[in-house]
Design a protein around this ligand. Structure first.
Ligand SMILES: *Cc1c(COP(=O)(O)O)cnc(C)c1O
Length: 407
């Protein structure tokens, strides 16, 4: 029995805050974006958290996502929804990566991707705040996680995805109880449909960063890393960046942990990794600007990071710059090669987005941007089993003589 799911614990949310202007918004009421159209961030009374729970007490709990309850927004234990959000392992990949490279394998989470972290929190909050109908644009994994959790709490969901979304994603969304529509466009085109329906009052808009609680769920990646590294942090993090929720969430986590006195001021260099066929953040980083323009004709095998426009662009860029990291683009051939190398040499099957982080790491190593002795974490954000694999079509006729030497 996991007591994190049954124990009532105090909560410490004080208010929400516009990430651009700092304007305050009330907690415990429904919000989408701020008045200036930017994401809202959840704020806590961290002094009170510090007085209520120690680092050691936190460390002694079962290691799932809900152990971080005092740093999460859900007020009532009865509103927690769970499919078993485990702490994900750090898997060494010495042959394809290097002696100090660890993969945080998020593919072990419910629905096979780290979208579960964000959506488990957003759905719990939707339940707490009385939402009954949700719509969302997706490149696949977010829709699957939403469908699963919303079905569990009886919220109706309508999901829109680009018509070339991986087939398995479309089907898992449907079988887990959502209405799913294939749209002849990209994810931001799907987002426009969701926004229109929301403006007409048909549903609540659950787009990336357009509701405040997915960041809080993704924040647990940063909390977990700190605990796994013995309350320190790695030297560098390579994160496959679409909407950037995870990168923004981890950066927020580190900040909160430092304010609690649970970690020091050191930070990892944050590398935002994109596919060169859809790299708006890389382009903005290199141009030295604060906002990214839409990337036209976006195309990459890494569907999860095919996001032409991110509403949290400035938050991603800010974290990357403050950390001394970079935004890096890698091509599809390098992505596919990295997936194959990691599988063949280390027995770990990455998703293409995870492959992108390995490819970017190797590029950064060649460019002298990172050093071999540095402790590096690569994020593999979904199970590789959801994606197409190279064919394996050798057959054997059991009725014919078998040439055992040739096997
Ligand atoms: C969604 C997704 C990403 C990008 O995550 P963001 O936090 O939205 O940038 C990366 N990899 C996979 C597999 C995804 O599904």
């Amino acid at each position: 029995m996991n007591t994190n799911l049954t124990t009532d614990r105090p909560t410490f949310v004080t208010h929400l805050e516009c990430s651009m202007t700092g304007e305050r918004y009330a907690a415990d009421t429904l919000h989408n974006l701020s008045r200036v159209g930017r994401p809202l961030l959840v704020r806590y009374d961290l002094d009170a958290v510090k007085a209520a729970v120690s680092r050691d007490a936190m460390a002694a709990r079962e290691t799932d996502l809900w152990r971080w309850r005092e740093l999460l927004p859900v007020r009532h234990t009865r509103d927690i929804v769970s499919l078993g959000e485990i702490e994900t392992p750090l898997v060494p990949i010495p042959r394809s990566g290097g002696a100090n490279v660890l993969v945080k394998d998020e593919g072990r989470l419910p629905t096979g991707s780290f979208k579960a972290r964000g959506l488990v929190m957003a759905v719990a909050m939707a339940k707490e705040l009385g939402v009954t109908r949700i719509a969302m644009p997706t490149n696949g994994n977010a829709g699957a996680a939403l469908a699963a959790y919303a079905t569990r709490v009886g919220i109706e969901t309508i999901v829109f995805c680009p018509d070339d979304t991986p087939e398995i994603n479309v089907r898992e969304i449907a079988v887990q109880g959502a209405a799913v529509w294939r749209v002849n466009g990209l994810i931001d085109d799907c987002g426009a449909i969701v926004a229109k329906g929301a403006a007409e009052g048909r549903w609540f808009d659950f787009s990336t960063l357009k509701e405040p609680y997915r960041i809080e769920g993704k924040k647990t990646m940063g909390l977990e890393l700190a605990a796994q590294f013995g309350w320190s942090l790695p030297d560098a993090i390579f994160y496959p960046t679409g909407g950037g929720t995870g990168l923004i969430g981890m950066w927020k986590a580190f900040d909160e942990l430092e304010k609690l006195g649970w970690i020091g001021p050191e930070r990892p260099r944050m590398y935002a990794v994109q596919a060169s066929g859809c790299a708006p953040i890389v382009r903005a980083f290199e141009a030295g600007v604060e906002h990214a323009e839409r990337w036209e004709d976006a195309a990459t095998v890494a569907a999860g990071i095919r996001v032409p426009r991110a509403v949290g662009d400035f938050l991603i860029l800010r974290a990357v710059r403050e950390s001394g990291g970079k935004a890096l683009g890698v091509g599809d051939p390098a992505i596919l090669k990295a997936v194959e190398e990691c599988a063949k040499k280390d027995g770990l099957l990455l998703c293409p987005e995870g492959g992108a982080t390995l490819a970017a790491y190797k590029q950064a190593l060649r460019d002298g941007e990172v050093d071999e002795d540095e402790r590096v974490v690569l994020f593999n954000c979904a199970t590789g089993l959801k994606y197409p694999m190279p064919a394996a079509d050798k057959t054997l006729d059991r009725h014919a003589p078998i040439d055992f030497d040739a096997l």
